[in-house]
Design a protein around this ligand. Sequence first.
Ligand code: ADP
Ligand code: MG
Length: 208
Amino acid sequence: MSVVITVAQQKGGAGKTTLAANLAAALAEGARVAVLDIDPQRSLARWHELRAGQKGVPAITLSDLSGWRLAAEIDRLRRLHDVLVVDSPPQVESDAKAAIRAADLVLVPVQPSPPDLWAAEGTLKLARAEKRAFRLVLNRAPSSGSLRAAVEAEMARQELPVLTASLGNRVGFAGAFAKGLGVTETAPRSTAARELRAVLEEIRAVLR
Ligand SMILES: Nc1ncnc2c1ncn2[C@@H]1O[C@H](COP(=O)(O)OP(=O)(O)O)[C@@H](O)[C@H]1O
Ligand SMILES: [Mg+2]
C-alpha cells in the first residue's frame, strides 16, 4: 500500500519543510520514498540537492512539478513509491488544495502560540471539506509550560486532533537540513531524532 502525506499550514515558518524533510529521511530507511515540493520557494528541493552530495544515505525521489499537472504527478509518484511526502506553500491556493485532496493524511505543524493555531484554520477547514484525515503536530514546543498548556487547552476545546508526540526547538533540525539529511541520520541518538521517531510512530498508527 502506498500513502500520501501532505504537510500543510498557511503560516510560513511553522516547520512544514523541516517536518517533510525529516519524515522523508526517516521513512527512507525502510521504504521507497518520494518528496514533492510544490512551494515556489523550493526549500525542500534544495534540501534534496544537498542530499545528492551525501554518500551512504537512502535515495529519495524528488519532484517539483505543480500547477495543472499536479494531480497526475501525485498519482504517478504514488504508484512508484511506498510513501509520498508533499511539502506545500504557505497559502491554501489551488496547488495546496490539490495536495490536500490527494492526501491519506494531512499534517499541520503548529508552534505553540495562538497565532499559529489561528493560521491553521484555513488548512483544517479544507482538510475537513475534503474529508481527509488530519493531525496537528506541535513544533518547537517546550515539553511543558503555560504556553503549551494554553494551546493544548484550546485545541482540546476545538476538538482538534493533535499528535501526542511533538518536536522541541532543537538546533539539530536546522543542522541536518543544511546537509540534506534528517536528524535520524545526523544524530540518531539525539532528542530531536527520538522526537521525530515518536511522531513517525504515531503517523504509522493513524495510517494503519
Ligand atoms: N523543531 C525545530 N527546531 C528548531 N528550528 C526549527 C524547528 N522547526 C523548524 N525550524 C526552523 O524554523 C525555520 C522555518 O522552518 P520551515 O520548516 O522552513 O517552515 P515552513 O516550511 O513552514 O515555512 C527554519 O529555519 C527551520 O530550521
Ligand atoms: Mg517551507
